[in-house]
Write a protein that binds this ligand. Sequence first.
Ligand SMILES: [Zn+2]
Length: 263
Amino acid sequence: MKNKSLTQLKCRVEARAILKEFLVESPDEIDLEVIAWHSCRLHLEFGGLDSAEGRLIARPPSGGIIRINDKLSSRRTRFTIAHEIGHFRIHGAQMCSDSSQDLATWGGNSIEVEANYFAAELLMPEFLFSKEVNGIRPSWGKVKSISDKYNTSRYATAIQMIEYTNEPCALVCSTCGIIHWVKVSSSFRELGFFIGSGNPLNEYTGAYEIFSKKSDELSIPSKTMASAWLSDRNFNDNQFVLEDSIRYEDDVLSIIYVEDDIL
Ligand SMILES: [Zn+2]
């Protein structure tokens, strides 16, 4: 089996190398049409897709076509183009057809996950993105402001935030009340905190509230008992994490931030 983190690193390094080649120094200089053509000989075409959001038809290394569903928002269009460039550059793919689910798969180890990590890095590369998140407490409010600047989805932006922040935090995706996958920051991992995937959401979490009451997302980060999220240690009822949870299509996405008092 491939090493997951090594493969994801390879995808990120490949994306950064392309941007360096194009002398990109700010988010508005990431011109995907130019990158697709000059680095891969891929033309962009729009429309002609029913259920798929994007399709690659190519013959590496001579190039081909990226076809994009013309009903997508500008942010989804950009992510889909970047994802298809990833299939071409990383996988040498000749034919891929991607659904909205393929473009939102971040857990596990598949070519879709690899193409998504490549796309996130192509749109929000470390050399630009790190300075956006250093010293900033992660929250959906911050994710929104960065995603507006980079013209990216909140989902992909949150993934990058957890990847490059120095703060101890985690991004948790829950589906039908079950923790589906968890991405943690390096400092969260180094401090020995753990959130297990596959477990039902604790009833004292904000994410559970959203599922059970079908309530709207929490508007601001709120205190949640640390024991409701962090299952690996014994915490008393006066120890808290900050939780910021939102509904995202059929899932709930939670940013969990560990404050100094429980370190
Ligand atoms: Zn794909």
